[in-house]
Ligand binder design. Structure first.
Ligand code: HEM
Length: 342
């Protein structure tokens, strides 16, 4: 029983956690610069002028710290799940674990992954404390506000850059223990594509989750912050979904050697199921973007909490359905690829 449910549950938690921490750094690195630009009505101003952003930044760092804590537990479970898969009845537990950790590539990646998760937990906690501490204004900024001269990522405070680097290493450790590692001849390409697929999933679903956490539409001001955030998020979501689909198709080509494998093999059937579910999430996202967001923007300043509530709930459903896609992925990645694919 435990052996059946623990491994997929552990992978689901791992993937979900990684998607959320990718979302946290995307929120800060990509969304916040766009947000500030919008909040000032087209003028770029110093971050201290926007209290909502500073409060939201503290909350995002706090949520990410909790997620990193959960990832820590998941990381421990991962060793247990691997041990259950690998267990040799003729040796002791200690010998099995020593072999797993010290003599396999899996063990090396697992240990690196644990180190990165621990550093991220500390990093996000420190960020939560320091959130809102004013960074020096970007070069070329006048008190009246001028258009940016540096790309948003370069304006990112060093502490966030370090955490972003940690998140990238964490995503790399996922790629290094995925099916991409067994693609013959193009392993580096396959791992890079796998990484970009995970980053795109986090950039879309992880960021949306944090937008919803930081702007619960309880007051008029929070409703307007939700509208501003979702408006700034839409172009990012479009790029992320495009990249997710493109990288997903490449991964599907890597892991299934012919189109018939999509229905003739167990792997292909599970992949098709996942793609069907992902299509549903994307359609809901499309509806939220084309119908929900314009209704929310139109309702601004009209004391109409209903529109904001509806959009928030519908976007929350989008995130919840994506969690089901991640569960389907957690099952897919442990399914052997069709014969002849690798
Ligand atoms: C809501 C949308 C999606 C989410 C959240 C998502 C998430 C993920 C995650 C977290 C992984 C694991 C990466 C790793 O182990 O390093 C993955 C793998 C994969 N995804 Fe997606 N994905 C989505 C949509 C898609 C789509 C649309 C396709 C196909 C067109 C696709 C195809 C794949 C394939 C083939 C893999 C590799 C599985 C393996 O290693 O055997 N995904 N996805």
């Amino acid at each position: 029983m435990l052996e059946t449910f623990l491994p997929p549950l552990q992978r689901w938690l791992l993937f979900s956690g990684v998607i959320l921490v990718v979302g946290a750094v995307t929120w800060r690195g990509v969304l916040v610069p766009r947000l500030r630009y919008r909040l000032t009505g087209g003028r770029l101003e110093h971050e201290a002028e926007h209290p909502e952003v500073a409060t939201a930044e503290a909350r995002v760092a706090g949520v990410a710290a909790v997620v990193a804590g959960v990832l820590m537990v998941t990381w421990g479970l991962r060793l247990w799940a691997q041990y259950l898969d690998f267990r040799d009845p003729f040796t002791t537990v200690g010998e099995d674990l020593r072999f797993l950790l010290l003599d396999t590539g899996w063990g090396t990646i697992w240990m690196i992954q644990g180190g990165v998760i621990a550093l991220l937990a500390v990093g996000f906690l420190l960020l939560r404390r320091r959130a809102g501490a004013t960074a020096p204004p970007p070069p070329g900024l006048t008190p009246e506000g001028v258009l940016r001269t540096t790309p948003p990522l370069l304006e990112l405070p060093l502490r966030w850059k370090l955490v972003t680097a940690g998140v990238l290493v964490l995503v790399l450790t996922l790629g290094l223990s995925s099916h991409a590692m067994s693609v013959p001849g193009s392993r580096t390409l396959a791992v890079s594509v796998d990484m970009m697929h995970t980053l795109a999933a986090g950039g879309w679903i992880g960021t949306l989750f944090l937008v919803l956490v930081t702007a619960r539409p309880r007051t008029e001001r929070a409703r307007s912050f939700l509208a501003v955030q979702l408006t700034a998020f839409s172009p990012l979501a479009m790029v992320a979904v495009g990249a997710l689909i493109f990288m997903g198709i490449l991964l599907s080509i890597f892991h299934t050697h012919e189109i018939a494998a999509l229905w003739q093999s167990e792997y292909g059937r599970r992949l098709s199921g996942k793609v069907g579910l992902a299509g549903g999430v994307m359609l809901l996202g499309l509806w939220n973007w084309r119908r929900g967001l314009p209704a929310l923007v139109r309702a601004q300043g009209r004391e109409a909490p209903g529109a904001a509530q509806r959009v928030w709930q519908s976007a929350a459903l989008e995130v919840a359905l994506a969690a089901v896609v991640v569960l389907a992925t957690a099952i897919l990645v442990a399914t052997p690829v069709p014969p002849g694919a690798h």
